[in-house]
Design a protein around this ligand. Structure first.
Ligand code: FAD
Ligand code: NAD
Length: 367
């Protein structure tokens, strides 16, 4: 009699294997997921240490080994999305036969809650620093050749610096190098760079140190984190973005993603709160986009305008939101994203709830 193995309890824990040729080492992770993509895979290979992390739902699978032999700096990561296979291809430094992949390091071959994994940092080089406004700069960092990392829309990273002998960590939200004006295809920004739009505060601990970095200097950048899910945007009809100051940063990739990939979307409205006209980030680009794409509209609201400002004035309020945040049709599927100083975000969420929007229709970006 044949023994029938119970197929009902499928083991969904990822696993890995490895192979070698004369010159290559291939590490394969079988995620057992049908919808893998480049944003769910984070690989670093430094000083013979290989760390490959795969995000599966709210879990994280890790391969973490001290390699048997040295490898070259460049690395390739291939993802077969439909079968959920991730291949990490390393080049041997010397064409010798490896007895084993290497020695397991901390948490190797574990599958645990993502939030329990702990952040991993790699050093990135500052390659450019450009002015956005009088106090805000766009920092461009390059990832090491042996790192594969993409920051998904709505997520942030942590930067780490030693300031006066103490390790200091602050979160920042990667943006794009500029706002694309044409969303016919998903925008191809190369994976090797991270762009950060950062306001330098005159007495800011972290931002002052950042501003003093020279081109060519290195800074530690963590893996991405954040609870925004792209599925919140899928099948949307109306998207409202309420941003104050640098609270604009999460809206950049979100805008790009929504306009490029959400076909159901009818309208995207950004309501951008700033103190003065000089503080408005990427004003020209936003106005250009509004001219180019009829789905997109931008409204600037200033809290400390000069006399000649003819636009909207004030801070976030119930009356302002009831005027600007309206469904394009009764019962349309809507999402309202909000980001800025904590009091701004908290007040905004309360006003929106008072106006009858549900919890699911509001996403607040917070720490
Ligand atoms: P601190 O030393 O903390 O502050 C010193 C002084 O600076 C304060 O006394 C005050 O005068 C001034 N100051 C600092 N923060 C504020 C404030 N919020 N409002 C008014 N005055 C202030 N910032 C960006 O520029 N770009 C981003 O993309 C970005 N993303 C973020 C993502 C997340 C999830 C979070 C929680 C924050 C984000 N921030 C971002 C803010 C960032 O993390 C720091 O808080 C900010 O850079 C200030 O750091 P600091 O050490 O220079 O200032
Ligand atoms: P800012 O001081 O220049 O203010 C911009 C606008 O925010 C003001 O014009 C006003 O309309 C509004 N505002 C400020 N304080 C307010 C208050 N107490 N009540 C109601 N409205 C208020 O802003 P900034 O210096 O650019 O600060 C941006 C903030 O956004 C920072 O606190 C930063 O930490 C936060 N941020 C958060 C995230 C995130 O994901 N959580 C991302 C980026 C930025």
């Amino acid at each position: 009699e044949k023994k029938v193995l119970s197929a009902s309890v499928k083991d969904l824990t990822p696993s890995y294997d490895w192979f070698q040729t004369e010159s290559l080492i291939t590490v394969v992770i079988y995620t057992k997921q049908k919808d893998m993509n480049a944003e769910l895979v984070i690989v670093d290979c430094q000083d013979k240490r290989l760390r490959g992390e795969v995000v599966v739902g709210d879990q994280s699978y890790l391969v973490n080994v001290d390699l048997d032999n040295a490898v070259q700096e460049d690395m390739a990561v291939n993802i077969t999305e439909k079968v959920g296979k991730v291949e990490i291809i390393l080049k041997k430094k010397d064409n010798v036969h490896w007895e084993k992949l290497g020695q397991p390091l901390e948490s190797h071959n574990t599958f645990i809650k993502r939030t329990d994994r702990g952040l991993f940092y790699r050093k990135c080089k500052l390659v450019s620093k450009t002015e956005v406004t009088h106090d805000t700069k766009l920092f461009c960092l390059t990832l090491p050749k042996s790192t594969h990392l993409r920051v998904p829309a709505g997520q942030h990273v942590y930067l780490k610096q030693i300031i006066a002998g103490t390790e200091v960590v602050k979160p920042y939200t990667p943006v794009l190098p500029f706002l694309p004006l044409d969303f016919k295809e998903p925008s191809h920004h190369d994976g090797g760079h991270i762009y950060l739009m950062i306001k330098i505060y005159s007495h800011g601990l972290f931002t002052q140190a950042l501003d003093h970095l020279q081109i060519g200097d290195y800074i530690s950048v963590s893996s991405p984190e954040g609870n925004f899910k792209k599925s919140q945007v899928q099948s949307l009809e109306d998207l409202f973005l309420l941003a104050a100051g640098t609270g604009f940063t999460p809206m950049v990739k979100l805008l790009d993603f929504a306009l490029a990939q959400v076909s159901s979307l009818r309208r995207v409205k950004l309501i951008f709160f700033n103190k003065t006209e000089d503080d408005i980030l990427w004003r020209d680009q936003l106005e250009q986009l509004a001219l180019k794409d009829e789905r997109f509209e931008v409204q600037f609201v200033l809290s400390q305008p000069t006399k000649d400002w003819v636009g909207k004035e004030g801070k976030i309020s119930s009356s302002l939101l009831s005027e600007f945040v309206k469904r394009s049709r009764k019962d349309s599927k809507v999402l309202i994203c909000i980001c800025g100083p904590t009091p701004f975000t908290e007040q905004g969420v309360q006003y929106l709830k008072d106006l009858g929007y549900s919890q699911e229709e509001i996403h607040a970006f917070t720490a």
